[in-house]
Design a protein around this ligand. Structure first.
Ligand code: PPS
Length: 283
């Protein structure tokens, strides 16, 4: 019997039937959190898999063997996707999630556990998501970029509106023990970014270990590593890749001038009360 991958709404957020189950979401919401828990939150296509790899390496004390033995997905699983034995895992429990702030475990708001919010400039996010939906066959294939961009701006995509996601996380930031870091920061200076993450997580790595984390987390090395590159995902087209380009500013290859101007207008309207700055281009 073919499975259904249509979107459905749960508490105002779009999820994928057959991947996200309401029982799992409710179970996670009520899950008891521990001080040592680390949850990396992203809107899709903002650097989730990258953060999985970095966290895995930081918590294995910069040991390269950690990314050459088990898949990053096993070390740093998804919070909202079964099978996830989150509740019974030994500490420190590392995980990633696309959940909006109102659906993450309530304990995180008591500041039990740490949250790392990874953000990416939304023009690159929509381009990456567009290619992803063309790559993964069970997700709805966009009829055109124009059409997909409209849907993205209206929040009619997986995990709903990018604007709502970042807005809610940012305005509720004081309730969490949270660090905001951007894809672009990681891209422009990975070493400084890893150090910033270590400082937030209270992890001390010497220079050599830090170098290993950085080396094993570059786009080139992750793309070559079958345990990190997600090439084993099912239901994909032969052309395309999960780790596709990994650059800043790819939106320029797809957006027309008119689309970019419209996006800028929506961005200004929706983000005027949020002081976060984005890097749109790699000079
Ligand atoms: S998902 O499906 O939401 O989990 O995707 P996510 O991992 O958040 O985002 C995928 C994009 O991140 C890029 N990526 C990287 N860029 C630079 N360096 C490293 N190491 C890296 N790892 C993943 C990946 O290529 C996707 O971006 P695009 O623009 O599509 O290449």
């Amino acid at each position: 019997m073919s499975r259904n991958y249509d979107l459905y709404q749960y508490k105002g957020c779009n999820f994928i039937t057959s991947i996200h189950h309401i029982e799992k979401l409710e179970e996670m919401y009520h899950c008891e959190m521990r001080d040592s828990d680390v949850v990396a939150i992203t809107y899709p296509k903002s650097g989730t898999v990258w953060m999985q790899q970095i966290l895995n390496l930081i918590y294995s004390d910069g040991d390269a063997a950690a990314v050459q033995s088990k898949s990053t997905m096993e070390h740093v699983p998804w919070m909202e996707i079964p099978p996830s034995n989150f509740q019974t895992r030994p500490s420190p429990r590392l995980c990633v999630s696309h959940l909006p702030q109102h659906l993450v475990p309530a304990g995180l708001k008591k500041k039990n556990g740490k949250v790392i919010y990874v953000m990416r400039n939304p023009k690159d996010v929509v381009v990456s998501l567009y290619h992803f939906q063309n790559y993964i066959t069970v997700l709805s294939t966009p009829s055109s970029f124009e059409d997909f961009l409209e849907k993205f701006l209206e929040g009619k995509v997986i995990f709903s509106s990018w604007f709502d996601h970042i807005h809610d996380w940012y305005t509720h930031r004081d309730e969490f023990n949270i660090l905001f870091i951007s894809y672009e920061e990681l891209k422009q200076d990975l070493r400084t970014s890893v150090q910033k993450l270590c400082d937030f997580l209270g992890k001390k790595l010497d220079d050599e270990k830090l170098d290993t984390v950085v080396k094993q987390s570059t786009f080139k090395n992750m793309k070559m590593n079958p345990l990190a590159n997600y090439e084993n995902v099912e239901n994909k087209n032969l052309s395309g890749a999960f780790l596709r380009k990994g650059i800043i500013g790819d939106w320029k290859n797809l957006f027309t001038v008119a689309q970019s101007e419209k996006f800028d207008q929506v961005f200004q309207e929706r983000m005027q009360d949020i002081p976060l700055k984005f890097i749109w281009d790699c000079k």
